[in-house]
Design a protein around this ligand. Structure first.
Ligand code: PLP
Length: 379
């Protein structure tokens, strides 16, 4: 049976360049970058190279990049550190209502334990995020705005640049954080142009390994270390660096950078083909907007619970995610925020592409949904 992996927003297959860089560090350059001998220097050079590549991709300085273990660590660090360094008197944080759990849970923690008021901005009645709604939520008391660039469940794009630029103009003291996990290497992510003080990134969403992320920190922005110990990462993140994973992250960025536009166009063609195929299916709705990221598509297959359809598709070699619905009915709430009913939210499939996907994957999914509608519904 052929396999059709359409769950790339969950994680991606490490690319050849990333695997080669990791193998080099596992087998040859396995020194500790803090060691003073030649092996340590080689490991340090691997990290410098990766940092240079990331800095090139973001258009920033090498010293503005901190390597972490994942984007969850990056978001936690940016938000908690900003709360500690800038939120002593200013207690308001503005965010969107559709953030990833790593942001949402960190903000809940800050609300419950440190007295922050969290203002979650919702989209308009068309499911569209408007900059003016974020700006209306800001005041003198706001210390932070945190927004994702591309939603991981639906592909909706949020007006990060517009909000950050206007916010900084009106309230220069406000710190801005962007979760760019689902945007990086798909759209240009340039912190300076976004007016972002912090940007969180993840390796495994862009064909590097799981267990590595990065945090961009604008020079001059205060950052508190969360892990204390050695002097790694300029003393901001103690602990021996995972050189192989960092080198793999750099290699993946280097390999993907030249093809960002062509990959985007190709994935868009897959997305459009799937939309056309799904229009033939009775009752099937697409929650993702046509002008959203083509890499992610949320599909509502009415009267079929996500998990049931997901496992049915799995038997046909097609791998997707259940959008928000989980078996206990406690979904993320994101589909509802974008206009799905509670019932529809239980029937969501999230399909997510990368440029390794083909029209055969689209066909297999469309056929799987069609046969699922026939076979499961009529059981
Ligand atoms: N932010 C977004 C938008 C995501 O999609 C994810 C992962 O699903 C994360 C943050 C967390 O990334 P990581 O798995 O690297 O912690």
């Amino acid at each position: 049976m052929s396999e059709h992996y359409l769950d790339n927003a969950a994680t991606t297959r490490p690319c050849k360049a990333a695997v080669a860089a990791m193998m080099r560090c596992f087998q040859e350059n396995y020194g500790n970058p803090s060691s003073l001998h030649r092996m340590g220097l080689s490991a340090q050079q691997e990290m410098d190279k990766a940092r240079r590549i990331l800095a090139g991709a973001l258009g920033c300085e090498m010293r503005e990049i901190l390597f972490t273990s994942c984007a969850t660590e990056s978001t936690n660090m940016a938000l908690r550190s900003t709360a500690a360094a800038y939120g002593r008197k200013r207690k308001r944080i503005v965010t969107s209502a559709v953030e990833h759990a790593s942001v949402k849970q960190t903000l809940s923690y800050l609300a419950e334990n440190e007295g922050f008021e969290i203002v979650s901005v919702k989209p308009d009645e068309n499911g569209c995020y408007r900059a003016r709604d974020f700006l209306a939520a800001l005041d003198e008391n706001t210390c932070l705005i945190t927004m994702m660039m591309v939603n991981n469940e639906t592909g909706h794009i949020l007006p990060v640049k517009e909000v950050f630029t206007a916010a900084k103009r009106k309230f220069p003291h406000i710190i801005t954080h962007c979760d760019a996990v689902q945007a990086f290497m798909k759209y240009p992510v340039r912190p300076a142009s976004l007016m972002a003080d912090f940007v969180s990134l993840s390796g495994h969403k862009i064909h590097a390994a799981k267990g590595v992320g990065a945090l961009y920190i604008k020079r001059g922005t205060k950052l508190r270390a969360m892990l204390l110990g050695g002097k790694q990462e300029s003393g901001l993140r103690a602990g021996t660096e995972s050189v192989p994973l960092i080198a793999g992250f750099g290699a993946a960025v280097e390999a993907l950078s030249p093809t960002m536009e062509s990959r985007f166009e190709y994935v868009k063609s897959l997305n459009l083909a799937l939309r056309e195929r799904l229009m033939e299916r009775p009752g099937v709705k697409i929650l993702s907007p046509e002008d959203g990221s083509p890499y992610v598509m949320s599909i509502i297959v009415p009267k079929l619970r996500s998990e049931i359809l997901l496992h049915y598709l799995e038997q046909k070699g097609v791998y997707v995610s259940s959008g928000s619905a989980c078996s206990k009915g406690a979904g993320s709430g994101v589909p509802e925020t974008f206009g799905a009913t509670r019932e529809e939210a239980d029937s969501i499939l999230r399909v997510s592409f990368c440029d390794e996907n083909t029209m055969e994957d689209v066909d297999a999914l469309a056929q799987g949904i069609a046969s699922g509608q026939r076979e499961i519904m009529h059981k």
